[in-house]
Design a protein around this ligand. Structure first.
Ligand code: MLT
Length: 264
């Protein structure tokens, strides 16, 4: 855990050695989302996962924009003495990853975009985020978890791995309300990153669960077609949190990608 001069505390784990990989979680998760990756990648990489502002141990405070998350990530790299890292984000973490690319391109060795999209929110999504902010303030994060849990995983996981569903529900229920409200605001005001895609000139891996209903394969394919030289991997039997639903496949794809970077 580190505390910045502004009094904000940032929770993180830093495991293994090798090429640095920074993992950014989705909404309304915390860094424990990446537990299946932490030990598994340790042989190939220095794996760092952080709690985004307002989640897990990164409190108090809430983000006002994706740029806040991106700048916190850059500050963590500074603190750890890391010049460049493979920035990896899932869903909301992917939005923050694209903001990181815009703001700190020199710090990016490569990108991994998981179960995410480039586009901004539609008007309907913004309205639903505003409703969710009110729900979080009035009923707490457990109500948000109840609303989101079904879309969080695919039908295969719902059927075969109810323990994971319970674990995710618990994680989301524990999210601090101000972090949730801040993240919803940051997501609804995030810019359209579609024009950013053409500027990406580092190796990029795009991963998506075949059963992802929140950031479906079509979104991943759009990013793949717009990012020159990128690679698209679709994980069968996984939904929105593909890293947790099919960890062995996810870790294999990520490890292979990291090895290809070190071989270059
Ligand atoms: C997430 O998992 O981070 C969310 O699905 C992102 C979003 O609500 O747009």
């Amino acid at each position: 855990m580190i505390t910045f001069a502004n009094g904000h505390t940032l929770g993180y784990d830093d495991v293994g050695s090798g090429i640095p990989v920074l993992l950014l979680h989705g909404f309304p998760h915390n860094r424990s989302l990446w537990s299946p990756q932490l030990g598994a990648l340790a042989a190939a990489a220095r794996t760092i996962c952080m709690d985004l502002r307002g989640f897990g141990d990164s409190t108090p405070g809430a983000a006002r924009s994706m740029d806040d998350y991106a700048d916190d990530a850059a500050a963590l790299l500074d603190t750890l003495g890391i010049d460049r890292a493979v920035i990896t984000g899932l869903s909301m973490g992917g939005y923050a990853t694209l903001a990181f690319w815009r703001r700190h391109p020199a710090r990016v060795r490569a990108l991994v975009l998981c179960d995410t999209r480039a586009g901004a929110d539609s008007e309907a999504s913004r309205a639903s985020r505003r409703d969710m902010q009110v729900m979080a303030q009035r009923q707490g994060s457990a109500a948000i978890a109840n609303q989101l849990i079904n879309g969080m995983v695919g039908p295969t996981t719902r059927l075969k791995n109810p323990e994971l569903v319970d674990e995710l529900h618990r994680m989301m229920s524990l999210a601090p309300e101000d972090g949730v409200v801040g993240a919803l605001g940051a997501m609804m005001t995030r810019p359209d990153s579609t024009p950013t895609l053409a500027t990406i000139d580092v190796p990029t891996l795009i991963i998506v669960g075949e059963e992802d209903a929140l950031a479906p394969v079509t979104e991943a394919r759009t990013m793949y077609l717009a990012i020159g030289g990128s690679r698209l991997e679709i994980i069968a039997g996984a939904g929105h949190v593909s890293n947790a639903e099919r960890p062995a496949t996810f870790n294999h794809l990520l490890s292979e990608f990291l090895i290809s970077l070190t071989a270059q």
